[in-house]
Design a protein around this ligand. Sequence first.
Ligand SMILES: [Ca+2]
Length: 401
Amino acid sequence: MKLKKLFTAMAVTCCAFALTGVIANAENDVVSVTVDNVAVEFDQNPVIIEGHTLVPVRAVFEQAGATVTWDQPTQTATITKDEYIVTIKYGDSVMYKNGQPIELEQPADVINNRTMIPVRAIAEAMDFAVTWDGHHSLILISTNGKPYRAFAFLKTGFRTLEDQAEFYSNGSALFDIDLDGDGRRESISFSSSYDVLSDPTPVLVIDDNDYTAGLGSVTSVYSMAIVDLDANDSTKEIVITENGDTLTARFYRYENGILKVLADSNGPSSISYASKLLLSGTGYLISDLTGACFTDIMVTGCVYRLDGESIGRYRMSKIDSIFGRNLYKTYDDNMLYHIIYTRSYQAGSYRDMTDVGVINASDLAQFRLIDGYRDETDPRYIELYIELPNGEKAVITPYQT
Ligand SMILES: [Ca+2]
């Protein structure tokens, strides 16, 4: 016990030294903090002590939606949000999360009458995600718990199967849709099944005829969608998604009372890893980012196009294969881009313009991809020249920490 106290005393001495250094440094290299991509304003700047950044507790955590109280007699800050109660006492090397002790590598401090707390430890105790951007001396806190990523995926932009389908179900449903383009709606009944072979309930019934056997070797059906993959004909396509190690999408067309399996030269057309199958408006499907076709950081993998009776696969290996398309949203996680608004695009000249602005991928909503650039020697560097829905044009580049 005595030994520990001695170490604590040494640590305090050591920190007092470090603190002096930090304050001198702070003039030049101030750490900033964002909460959910909104900058926090400080009347006492954050300080780095022993590699740990201490921030004014109230400024950061109130912006994160927490309630912060300071109890003067016990010198204890209490941060409360939802089911989280974190208490931290000035100088203590332990904080408490809902009564449970958590060791602190750096205790809380008081600087210029502001209670300064180790931001990462507290934020993580609240299940916030904390990302350190050394390039900008920036701490990014996301209250949804998803860390910001340095490199953003373009989530293809196209609509998801669920969005695009005229009828979509992952349970059971009845629906009337003209599948074959003859002007009369077919009556369709769908029921998902964990085991098609032993389950007596038909998966697919069209106009009172059971087409389950016509689905082929499907064993476990998760969902069904009816989409129009080919805008040039009047028929609809049926997509059955099969459970298994991967979600596999299989494609069918209903014509003259017959359910046809769309096939390519290798057999029935199917797309593995189709859990987030995406569609464009013109008959393209793109497999999920996590799918087998996923090729690199920005370009999302395989493109499939309906060619008559078969589904052809086209690898989207070049970024320019998606120029001119309307894209929407990006990846669901916290993704940041540098953004530079400009009416004229100079390909390849935005690498160093990294402090112009930052936009969260989810705030891009919908945009049109006009042009872009990839550095052949550094495939992680990509520029996209985009037009936003309000007509503004901008270059976005991956946010690099
Ligand atoms: Ca019909």
